[in-house]
Design a protein around this ligand. Sequence first.
Ligand SMILES: Nc1ncnc2c1ncn2[C@@H]1O[C@H](COP(=O)(O)OP(=O)(O)OP(=O)(O)O)[C@@H](O)[C@H]1O
Ligand SMILES: [Mg+2]
Length: 587
Amino acid sequence: MTREKKKKDSILNLLKYAGKYKWPLIFCPMVMIGEVAMETYIPKLIQRLIDEAIPYSAQSGEMSQVLICGGLMIAMALISMGFGMAGSYLGAKGGMGFGRNLRQALFEKIQRFSFKNIDKFSTASLVTRITTDVNQTQNTLIMLVRMAFRSPIMFLMSLFYAWQMNPSLTSILFIAVPLLALGIVIIMRNAFPRFQIMMKKYDILNREVQENLIAIRVVKAFVRSAFEKKKFGDAADDVTGAQRSAEKVVLWNGPLMQILMYGCIVSVLWFGGQQIIRGEMGVGALLTFITYITQILMALMMLSFLFVSIVLSRASISRILEVLNEEPDIANPETAATEVKDGEIEFDHVGFSYAGDKDNLVLQDINLHIKAGETIGLIGATGSAKTSLVSLIPRLYDVTTGTLKVGGRDVRDYDLHALRDQVAMVLQKNVLFSGSIKENLRWGDEKATDEEITAACQAAAADEFVRSFPDGYETDLGQGGVNVSGGQKQRLCIARALLKKPKIMILDDATSAVDTATDSRIREALRSQMADTTKIIIAQRITSVMDADRVVVLDNGKIADVGTHDELMARCDIYRDVYLSQQKGVA
Ligand SMILES: Nc1ncnc2c1ncn2[C@@H]1O[C@H](COP(=O)(O)OP(=O)(O)OP(=O)(O)O)[C@@H](O)[C@H]1O
Ligand SMILES: [Mg+2]
């Protein structure tokens, strides 16, 4: 990894998301310094107690020195505990708050993503980033603010006191510290790539879970449970394997530390013991010295954990930054128009590719002028790019070549919100959300009155069945609207779009699950109630489009013909074939 990249993936780049939680994050390290000051001073009191106070009271029979030393020790231990608790509290508060803000920022960013941005990351990966990766980063930050000052200061102060007490014994550290550092570097180098692999496996696991749960009905209908179970099992095994492989490296930290720690203690006892025999050092001093050596190594170990944690979080941070730095592919122009004049639509030599690749167009050279208020039928074989064509109108995707105008203006000049407010699209793959029917319908218009809601439902032929539910408009929908039938769901989606009172209304195969009679009732209502609204109706059934002002026939991404039903019957082979085959079905 280059230095440039390391700098880019640093947690510092995320700190601006701490917001008001920056104060606990700033105070935490300061409080931790107080804890360290106490912790490193207490051993000095032990030495005084053992080497001075106890011998003195043994001689004089007077306990005052012992009591003073002991009292001081207890007081300092209590203060240290207070600082420690305050530090933990501040660290947790700041870190959790930071995590919360970061999650919010990611979520808001994703809300601004275009369909293309989302296609690029995949939903599963976005979920991992917003959950696992943020947790990892937040935990690292908590550790960082708690240890970043505490450990180095503990190291320096213990070293200072130890050196002051006994320089020759302190030289043991000249061997122990480089060994520890070397060990840590080797462990870190090996651990990082393994943890990166682990995170990727997590992505796959998340995808498995998501796909399976979204499609659980299909899985059951096709009796694929056993297969899916095995697929999930494999993904889970992969994660376990990757995790084990990474932990296998990190776990060397423990033994490394133990060996060095006990090595040091044994050496100190050996050489220090000789000094005691020679009368150069007291027993209390030896005990205190061992405490300092332990503190020095502990501080280094904590620092190494901190390093490992930072290294690990780097993969997460980089994945979070990837999302935060992703430019929404479709953004608001600087000076955006906020008023859509009318529902006129003009495709001018429009070409479109999902990959943005000019040589591989899904839609080619589309020229089409739709007048405001016109009703357009759109027909074509599956995969002929009908959905792609209409997705360009509310700018779900941007044209690759040519221009697309709505209300006489390039769609790219509009404020996205204003444009999409005026273009209601009933998607082919539509969803309702958990909540009551009424709440779902209010997505179309938050302020809609009950009368308006009923009127929209009447137009969409939904009022009747909604009223037949025991709870009527208050009926709770399951997630994704599972507890209504396919055709009922479609009609609710149409009602929701109607409530927007848009200038352009697009129905992408929106009545495919509705019977022909109801379908024709809905179209009749649209015609009479939304005379000024431009309506684009995509359908597989010719009967759904034959009474449109004009019908566009798409063939493999190109417009094959445009005309009224009668004109097309007379001159368009594709149209006539489809019509005749469907009539035959009826007969
Ligand atoms: N998100 C996407 N990314 C890449 N390619 C896509 C995407 N969506 C559709 N396509 C491709 O674009 C082409 C046109 O698809 P589109 O969905 O517009 O067809 P359609 O006419 O609406 O079909 P249907 O009648 O089945 O709904 C297809 O070849 C499809 O593979
Ligand atoms: Mg489609």
